[in-house]
Design a protein. Structure first.
Length: 182
């Protein structure tokens, strides 16, 4: 337990300093950073070799973690949902939402996390960028050793553990009801 706390504390320190971390989510391994730090987000995009035209997912432990970017009516709607599996909701975002989070769209993808290291990090830090730990277009990494080997040199902290699954979260557009990823 002490080792777990040390890793969480190290990751929180890295996040507060503008760092990029890897951590197990309830779905797959994730890369994360402070969504308000454009330099940290740019690092995540560079590590993944991901286009800045693609938006990012934010995770939070509490619905209020998203209030800077999402209108209250959508937050209430998300909170009322009880999906059977981890689900990311694409919602209209506030006009003040940074373009580095939206990819230039008027929507933002958010997911509440309820368990595991991702939930603990979000509970203690607030909302985090959370994108799969892999190069864009490549297979998602499923083991800690893969994360260390392929991405470790670019990361400021890694929280050990086991993801809750082997595939990314379901993504649903709340305005259309369309499932964008299942």
């Amino acid at each position: 337990m002490l080792t777990h706390r040390v890793h969480i504390t190290s990751a929180l320190t890295a996040l507060r300093a503008g760092g990029v971390i890897a951590y197990p989510t309830e779905t797959v391994w994730g890369l994360g950073c402070d969504p308000e730090d454009d330099n940290a987000v740019a690092r995540v995009m560079a590590i993944k070799r991901r286009s800045d035209k693609k938006g990012l997912i934010l995770i939070g432990a509490h619905i209020d973690d998203f209030q800077l970017w999402v209108a209250q009516k959508w937050l209430a709607w998300i909170e009322a949902q009880a999906p059977a599996r981890p689900t990311t909701w694409v919602v209209p975002c506030l006009p003040s939402t940074p373009v580095w989070l939206t990819g230039g769209r008027q929507t933002l993808a958010v997911r509440l996390v309820r368990q595991g290291p991702a939930a603990e990090l979000a509970s203690r830090f607030g909302a985090l960028v959370s994108t799969s730990a892999n190069l864009s277009g490549h297979q998602t990494l499923t083991h800690l050793w893969q994360v260390r080997l392929r991405l470790g040199r670019w990361l400021d902290a890694i929280v050990p553990g086991q993801p809750g699954g082997t595939r990314p979260s379901r993504i649903v557009d709340v305005c259309t009801g369309k499932v964008l990823r299942d």
